[in-house]
Design a protein around this ligand. Structure first.
Ligand SMILES: *Cc1c(COP(=O)(O)O)cnc(C)c1O
Length: 347
């Protein structure tokens, strides 16, 4: 175990979250026992994996005197919803830059963003990524012109600060496993902006865990996330030289960053009918609700890979349930059309 000194964090999440076995589903798959790390239970509306990262980012923003949080994402971003709610809880303002092509009535995460009083600018997806940095900067300057102090949080709260949340989670998972008397061979999660995987990979390394962290990509390919995870960890090294890792290259060279990118399907926030069917199966077998954007996609991939024998070398594995429930409601029509029976009203 390598001791590291954590920076200050602002408590937001209900921790520790439970670690629960999925006995029926695991038996049916004929593979290792899948243990769910219930990070969907970090809160109610303020829930999911982004809260762990925001605990560290918000502490930094407050220490710098920020009164406004600015961030960005897709129209149904869980991260933006979490940021909007955190801001409201702390009496800060929140400015969101969201990607969306057709305007729609507010639902899912967007509904909660609006209830939380976030200021929202919608932009079409064409050119969104290319102009993002410039728009975030402009939003920050507008705040400053009004005498406010803004802190810009990157997509998914994935950066050198946010990944502390999952370094800490890796330590929590290790304690959970000791308590349950298991030694999982793998810790698996959905990878969307890379910070969860970066934090888990770093945390597992620092703790000397034998478990391999595997990220199931939901949008970009493995080459992209190899770079993104390394960049986040390199930034972490640069920001916290006191962590005894001044040499980022040397540290990163020791990490095994594993990304499975075979289950992205049609694209970000677009799930195949198989993913919807998997969500229904998991819900009815284990009483656990996954989402079509992240956890459902990753879990579908995991189930396929277990069936194909990829995880035969371990008795237990941990799947981090990173949340996303409100994104499920936002795709209710598709989900129903793909996988639910039509109910008729009896006279
Ligand atoms: C953001 C998100 C992820 C992906 O985490 P990253 O750190 O962005 O890779 C997974 N699941 C849910 C529900 C999320 O909202």
């Amino acid at each position: 175990m390598i001791p590291v000194e954590f920076p200050s964090c602002h408590s937001l999440a209900q921790l520790p979250t439970p670690l629960q076995p999925m006995r029926r589903l695991s038996r049916e798959l004929g593979g290792p026992t899948i243990w769910l790390k219930r990070d969907d239970l970090t809160g109610c509306a303020l829930s999911g994996n982004k809260i762990r990262k925001l605990e560290f980012i918000v502490a930094k923003a407050l220490s710098e005197g920020a009164d406004t949080l600015i961030t960005c994402g897709g129209i149904q971003s869980n991260h933006c919803r979490a940021t909007a709610l955190v801001a409201a809880q702390l009496g800060l303002k929140c400015q969101l830059i969201l990607r969306q092509d057709q305007s729609q009535s507010p639902q899912g995460n967007l509904l909660l963003d609006q209830l939380a009083g976030a200021d929202i600018d919608l932009y079409e997806s064409r050119g969104f990524a290319a102009r993002l940095a410039e728009r975030l900067q402009a939003a920050k300057e507008r705040c400053h012109a009004q005498g406010r102090k803004a802190y810009v949080i990157p997509t998914g709260a994935s950066d050198g600060v946010g990944i502390w949340g999952y370094v800490q989670a890796a330590i929590e998972i290790q304690q959970d496993c000791l308590q349950h008397g298991i030694q999982p061979g793998y810790i698996i999660s959905a990878t969307g902006s890379g910070g969860t995987q970066a934090g888990l990979t770093l945390g597992a390394h620092l703790q000397g865990l034998s478990a391999q962290v595997v990220g199931y990509a939901v949008c970009d390919n493995a080459a992209y996330f190899q770079r993104k995870v390394r960049d986040d960890i390199a930034q972490w090294c640069a920001l916290y030289p006191q962590t005894s890792f001044p040499d980022a290259e040397n540290l990163i060279a020791q990490l095994n960053i594993a990304i499975e990118d075979g289950y992205i399907g049609p694209g970000y926030a677009q799930a195949s009918p198989q993913v919807f069917a998997c969500m229904r199966h998991v819900a009815s077998t284990e009483g656990v609700i996954l989402d079509p954007v992240y956890t459902g996609k990753a879990f579908y991939g995991l189930m396929q890979d277990i069936r194909a024998g990829h995880y035969r070398d371990t008795q237990d594995l941990v799947f981090v349930h990173t949340g996303g429930l409100f994104g499920t409601f936002a795709q209710a029509d598709l989900l129903a059309a793909e996988t639910l029976p039509t109910l008729s009203v009896k006279p």
